[in-house]
Structures are given as structure tokens and as C-alpha cells.
Design a protein around this ligand. Sequence first.
Ligand code: GLN
Length: 448
Amino acid sequence: FKRIEELDGEVHAFLELTKDAAFEQAAKIDEALANGTFDEMGPLAGVPVAFKDNMNYEGTHTTCSSLMLENYVSPYTATCVAKTIEAGGIPLGKLNMDEFAFGSSTETSAFGPTKNPWDLERVPGGSSGGSAASVAAGLACVTLGSDTGGSIRQPAAFCGIVGVKPTYGMVSRYGVVAFGSSLDQVGPFARSVRDAAAAMDAICGHDPMDCTSQYVKADFRAACEQGVEGMRIGVVPGFMNAPGLTDEVKARVSEATEALREAGAEIVEVELPHADAAISAYYVLGPCEAFSNLARFDSVRYGYCAEGHKDLGSQYEASRAAGFGMEAKRRIMLGSYLLSSGVYEKYYYPAQQVRTLITQDYQAAYEKCDVILAPTSPRTAFKFGEIGDPVEMHLSDIFTVSINIAGNGGMSVPCGLGSDTGLPVGVQLIAPQFKDENMFRAAAALEA
Ligand code: GLN
């Protein structure tokens, strides 16, 4: 907490601190240490943790960095938060994000942006920018974020840390404010692959409160020790020649490929023929689901209420106009248009067909390899305001969105600093559905 006080004025990763809960948990850890039961505690015993502000944690504000939810206090706790604390994590607080997780820079937060600890003039990435920056600045050891199209992996890459988006269904979404329900997945940030594995061991598993969560048996910490001897790593030539991929990122990602080859893996080329359509499909499906999910913030059931209106229609209108920021409004308008009759058939329906094609591409690719290696982001962290055009911002998600569309696991691991910018570069490892241990094997080998 002292370090947060000293540094977070500048970084602005935290929106709220949970000191009472932290000291209560710390006292339990001390007690366990005193009576020799510490080793029976979970994989995060004594680890300072924090949560993205779209995760309900009873008694805290869960604002999603939106004025709409500025005064909303959680009446219950999300499963991922509960599991992190049950595993022994010491909860420090709630973390800044892009409003409702719409964005790639944390610039859309209604409470001001988070800064990248590597260079305070640059963005930490997004939408889980607070989750990434707090770990990079040493303000927390493990944090949770959510990833709908790259929001864990891209900020991890920008901040030089590890970020994991598990296979859809591995981690419960119960109590996490929904953006795109078929795309959202919760995952950890950490400074090392093994720390991230411990966090995954803590949060993974079936939850009766989330009907899309699955029964999965995995031991991520054990996977880290398996090595990559005999593993087949797929590289996608189309990705490495993608427009916008900077030379410095390409160079570091190629070096990571070579490092895995030297560690005993076999490198094979695989094709993802429909990958080019992923961004278009994502920016149709994502806004459609967001539009539906955000309908509940109507000033009656949830959210800010502009008072003094004669009828319900004008109350809705005034409340939503004041409560939502620009990017949220853009997504709501886009989703509403795309789902209207006559338009639905032209965009939403084909986007779902593209989704199937992309999923099939991955399935075919995994007949030839155990994990796919790709860049996480085409470039390193950009400066505040540098990308003003929303379409250009959306295009920077080129390497991450197809993984959410197909529902696979993906993680970003640091692979050195860019030779031009001197900023961290991330390499992405992409696992077949429910084989997330594969990506941990390769990731741990890269770090070794
Ligand atoms: N940047 C992407 C978007 O703006 C992804 C966001 C996310 O994963 N939550 O939609």
C-alpha cells in the first residue's frame, strides 16, 4: 500500500483500495504461518492481488470505469475474485480499464487514463490497462483482467509482463460485467509464466453459476516444467507479413521462434486462411453482443439516473446520454444498427458464418501443431492521443481477436525490447481449446 501511495498518483492503475480486506487476509496468512498450516493454503497464499473494475467484489464499487456505474456497489462477489482470495491472495483493490472494456489503450476510462510504467507518456494498452500497469510497476503481483478481443494479451505485451486469456469456459464469468458474452474470458497477469500458472491453477474450473463454464482438469504449474522437446510449434506466414507489423516486433518474435527450436521444439508452418476476416467479424459480433448486454443500464434496473423527467423515454435518453462515453455510444449505436431487420442478414449472419470458418481453420491447423506462435500486437506501446481514429485503433487488434472468435486459449509472454523504441515486445502463444497447458509449456521454455 505504501508503494501504491508513492507511485500510483502517476500511474493511476487503481480506482479503489480494499485495505480492510487486505489486512484481514494478511492476518489469516500470519496465523497459518504461526501454526504451521501455511503449506495447506492455496497457490496464491500471501500474494498481493487486484481485480479489473468490471469484476464484482462485495462492498466495493464496480464501475467498469464508466460514469454510468460510478455509484454502483457490488452486492456479491464474482467467482474469479472469490477463488483468487480463497487461494490465499491478499486483495489490494480494483483496477482501471477502458469503459466497459471497449478499447485498446485505457484512454476511454471515465476516470482518466492509466499510464505505462515504462514511459508515462505512453498507454499501457487496454482494455485491462490498470491490471497490466499495476503488475509492471510492482504495485501488485497477480491481477485479473478480462479479454474479449485482446484486452489481457495486448496490455501484457505493452507493459512487458505475462497475460493469459484461457480457453472460453475455463474460468467462470459469473459476476463479471458482460461485454460480449460469447467472447469474454477472465485471466491473470503476472511477472512470470510460473506466477501466471499458479494464478490459473487458482481460478480455473467449473462453476454452477456460469452455464458456459466447463469441467477441466489441468495442472498449469506442472506444465511449466515439462519442456518443449518434441513439441510442434506452428507459425503462420501470413501473420509475420501482416501490414502494420513493425520490424522490431517481427525481429523479436522470430528470435522467440528460434529459441523454441533450440530448446527442442519442431517449427512447422500452418495456414489460417480466414484470419484476414477476423477483425471485420469481431467488430460486428462484439458490438452486437455489447449492445444487448448494455441494455440493462437503463437508469431503472442499473446505472446513473438523470432526474426530473416527465416520462420514462426521456429519463432513459438523458441517463444514457450522460452515463456512457463516446466509445460505448459508438458500440451501442453500431450494435443496434447491425441487429436491425434487413441489416442483420447482411452483417450479423455472415459474421457468424465467418466465425465458424475461423474456428475450423484453427482446428485444421492443430492437426499439424500443438501450439501456434504469433505476435501479440503489431507494435509496441503508443503515445497518448497518437491513435485518434477509432478504426485505426480497432485494426491494432489484428493478432488477438481471432482467438476469442474461435474460443481458444492465448497468452502473451515478454520477448525482449524493440530495437527502435526500446519498449517491451510480447509474443503470443495460442493453444487448442482446453489444451491451455500446451501454451504454458512453450511459454515457460521461452522464459527459462
Ligand atoms: N480492443 C478490443 C475492443 O476494443 C478488445 C477489447 C477487449 O478485449 N475487451 O473491443
